[in-house]
Design a protein around this ligand. Structure first.
Ligand code: SF4
Length: 359
C-alpha cells in the first residue's frame, strides 16, 4: 500500500514490531498494545480519536505514520448474504475479498497475491496470470475493512493467490488475526489453503499453528499434474507426506482436502477408490466443491447425483466428507471465480518458474 509522503503504514507492523519502533521513539511497550487495539480491535485510523495516547505521541504519529487500507471500489451483496468487495491497489491492480455469513459464523476469504502464478486449470484467478505479492497491510487491510462492517469469526486464506508463495507477509498477517490485542481469532478459525508448495508447508509448520487446507483435486499424479500443475514439482507422495507430519506435530489437527468436482474428469467411482487409498492413515476431512464455471473454462461441473455418490463412497470408507455449498454465485464470489483486475506482467512459463522454481 503506497502511503502519502512515504509515511509508515502501521498496518504493516506486528505488535512486536510496533513495540520495537516505539522503543526507538522512547515510548513504553504498552503503548504499542494500546495503538494495536485502537487500530485493529476498534477499527480506528484517526490518531486524534486514540484518547489514551499522549498528545505528543499522537502528534508524532500524525507526522510519521498512517493507517492506509486498500480503497473499496465495488461492494456487492449476493441474494444469499455473501458479500464481495473489490479493492483498488496501485497501478490499476485490484483484488477481491469475500464474506460468507452462515448462522453465527462469518467467514472472510482473503486474497494474498494479485493474480496467481500456479495456473490451476479450474481456477479463473490462475488463468489471469500473476502480478505481485500483497504487502502485510494489503492482506490485513482486507480483514480491517470487513471487520468494521461484518462479524468476522473465521478467516480463510483462500482468495486470489497462493499464500505460501507470499510467506512472510501472510504469516505476519495471520499472526495479527490471532493476536488478542487485534482480532483474537483462535488457530482453529484461521485456515491457510495451499495448492501444495511442500517446502513452504514445512516452513509453516515450524512457525504457525493455523489450520491447513490442501487443494488436492485429483487422486493420482497423472491427473493432478494436469489439473494442479505444481504437482509436477511436488508430487502427491511428497504432499501427503507433509500432511501426515502436519497432523503428527503438536497441533494434531485434521487436514482438510479440497476436491473440486469436474464432470467426467475426476469424479468417477475409480477416482473415489483411489482417493480412499491415498488418504489412508491421514486424519482427513474432505470438502467436495461443485465446480463454478467461468468464461473460457474448459470444465463443467459434475452432476449432483455423481457428487453425492462420490461422497457416499468416501463416507463408507470412513472419510469425513461434505459437499460444500456454493455461495455468492450471482456476484461471481464463489470458489475459483475471484479475478480482480490487473496486468499480467509475466509470461506463463516464466511466471511458474519465478514462483516455484519449476523447470
Ligand atoms: S486455485 Fe489457488 S493456487 Fe491454484 S491458480 Fe487458483 S488461486 Fe492459484
Amino acid at each position: 500500500v503506497s502511503t502519502p509522503e512515504a509515511k509508515l503504514n502501521l498496518l504493516n507492523y506486528s505488535r512486536a514490531e510496533l513495540a520495537t519502533l516505539f522503543k526507538e521513539w522512547g515510548e513504553p511497550a504498552f503503548r504499542a498494545d494500546q495503538l494495536f487495539q485502537w487500530i485493529h480491535q476498534r477499527g480506528i485510523a484517526d490518531f486524534d480519536e486514540m484518547t489514551n495516547l499522549s498528545k505528543a505521541l499522537r502528534a508524532r504519529l500524525h507526522d510519521l505514520a498512517t493507517v492506509t487500507v486498500p480503497e473499496i471500489i465495488v461492494d456487492q451483496k449476493s441474494t444469499d448474504g455473501t458479500r464481495k468487495w473489490l479493492f483498488r491497489l496501485d497501478c490499476g491492480n485490484s483484488i477481491e475479498t469475500v464474506f460468507i455469513p452462515e448462522g453465527k459464523r462469518g467467514t472472510l476469504c482473503v486474497s494474498s497475491q494479485v493474480g496467481c502464478a500456479l495456473n490451476c486449470r479450474f481456477c479463473s484467478t490462475g488463468a489471469q496470470g500473476f502480478n505481485r505479492n500483497l504487502s502485510t497491510a494489503e492482506i490485513i487491510g482486507q480483514v480491517w475493512l470487513a471487520a468494521r462492517e461484518e462479524q468476522v469469526t473465521n478467516v480463510v486464506m483462500m482468495g486470489m493467490g497462493e499464500p505460501l508463495l507470499n510467506f512472510d507477509n501472510v504469516v505476519r498477517a495471520m499472526d495479527m488475526m490471532m493476536d488478542d490485542f487485534a482480532y483474537g481469532l483462535s488457530k482453529r478459525r484461521v485456515t491457510l489453503s495451499t495448492a501444495g508448495v511442500v517446502p513452504k508447508m514445512r516452513d509453516l509448520m515450524a512457525v504457525s499453528s493455523v489450520s491447513l487446507a490442501v487443494s488436492l483435486h485429483a487422486p493420482n499424479d497423472a491427473l493432478r499434474d494436469e489439473i494442479v500443475p505444481i504437482n509436477k514439482k511436488y508430487n502427491l507422495k511428497e504432499l501427503l507426506g507433509v500432511c501426515r507430519d502436519y497432523f503428527s506435530n503438536e497441533s494434531r489437527r485434521k487436514v482438510t482436502f479440497e476436491y473440486v468436482m469436474l464432470d467426467g474428469v475426476n469424479d468417477q467411482p475409480k477416482h473415489a477408490r483411489e482417493l480412499i487409498t491415498v488418504l489412508q492413515g491421514i486424519p482427513a476431512k474432505v470438502n467436495l466443491i461443485p465446480f463454478n464455471p467461468f468464461p473460457g473454462a474448459r470444465y463443467t461441473c459434475s452432476p449432483m447425483e455423481r457428487i453425492n455418490a462420490f461422497r457416499e463412497h468416501l463416507i463408507k470408507a470412513g472419510l469425513n466428507t461434505i459437499v460444500r455449498k456454493t455461495r455468492g454465485d450471482d456476484i461471481s464470489a464463489a470458489c475459483g471465480q475471484l479475478v480482480g483486475d490487473f496486468k499480467d506482467r509475466t509470461k506463463r512459463s516464466a511466471r511458474i518458474k519465478a514462483a516455484v522454481g519449476m523447470e
